[in-house]
Design a protein around this ligand. Structure first.
Ligand code: PGA
Length: 309
């Protein structure tokens, strides 16, 4: 075994994850068999099942307002050295805006890491002191922009309509908005989670052109799980991701199958595998754990396991 480089422990972990994913896909197949969406042929259904299995995972690090130039350099050096192009997941880093140029230059020669921003103005240009436009972010090499993070909603009063306009502004520049949705603890306790998530998502979808949905991502981040160490269970997260996928498919059923839906809220190296094993969870948006290279790389490697199906 050792001669051919096969690590039996890794092998076991891989097969456990594979069986979990197949189990949830199999249950999905059974469910769809009894209730195929209207107008769906079984051929279309099986193509979408294969699409589900093939969706590339995306692991996004949201550094928030942390770090310094030297911190950014050392974290990026670690990620560039520790990441592997053979892992199928996409790694994305979202540093504070002032470090975007610097990080962009560091990753210029690498296919491993994509760049994202944490926020963008809804306006294309103009007298908006302190704001950064989507075209400026695009010029710096950003591929993704987080929109409507709960901290922006909570501390800067961003309402659904503004989040929708920001998502559109990002998309108008050819970048992928990662639109964040998620309920507070009180809303969950009052059984309003679904209504809140759908309201936040609908605001964006109502403005977003249906034919651009392939370049759109959603992050489900229950507010009660962000930075609290209290992660949603994989089943709780999967349930909400299914609601989101259903809503997306009402807008564009084919693109909805390809649209990445990420989970965020206290994800770390220890809990990532069980979250990523769920069939509608296409990656993670990670705050605290993205500031530690070993932890972030661990999550990234967990996501890569699913490349084999
Ligand atoms: P956390 O943050 O991983 O520290 O909970 C997630 C986020 O806010 O995107």
């Amino acid at each position: 075994m050792a001669d051919c480089g096969f690590d039996p422990k890794i092998g076991k972990k891989f097969w456990i994850q594979l069986s979990q994913v197949y189990k949830s896909l199999y249950l999905k197949i059974l469910w769809y068999k009894v209730s195929l969406p209207e107008g769906w042929t079984s051929e279309k259904f099986y193509v979408s099942i294969i699409t589900i299995a093939m969706r590339q995972k995306i692991i996004v690090g949201n550094w928030k307002m942390h770090g310094s130039c030297s911190f950014a350099r050392s974290l990026m050096q670690d990620l560039l050295q520790g990441g592997s192009e053979s892992v199928s997941a996409e790694m994305v880093v979202c540093p504070p805006a002032v470090y975007l140029q610097y990080v962009s230059e560091m990753i210029a020669d690498s296919n491993l890491i994509s760049l994202g921003a944490q926020n963008a103005s809804e306006h294309p240009s103009g007298a908006y002191t302190g704001e950064i436009s989507a075209s400026m972010l695009k010029e710096l090499g950003c591929r993704y922009v987080i929109t409507g993070h709960s901290e922006r909603r909570q501390y800067y009063g961003e309402a659904d309509a503004e989040v929708a306009r920001k998502s559109l502004a990002v998309s108008n520049q050819g970048m992928v908005p990662i639109a964040c949705v998620g309920e507070t603890l009180t809303e969950r306790q009052n059984h309003q989670a679904r209504a809140v998530v759908e309201r936040q998502l609908d605001a964006v979808l109502n403005l977003f052109p249906a034919d651009r949905l392939e370049k759109f991502a959603v992050a489900y981040e229950p507010v009660w799980a962000i930075g609290t160490g209290q992660v949603a269970t994989p089943d709780q997260a999967q349930e909400v991701h299914e609601w989101i996928r259903l809503r997306l498919s009402e807008k564009n059923s084919e693109s909805a199958q390809r649209c990445p839906i990420l989970y965020g809220g206290s994800v770390n190296g220890a809990n990532a595998a069980s979250i990523l094993a769920k069939s509608d969870i296409d990656g993670c948006l990670i705050g605290g754990a993205s500031l530690k290279s070993d932890e972030f790389l661990k999550i990234y490697n967990e996501a890569g396991w699913r490349k084999f199906i």
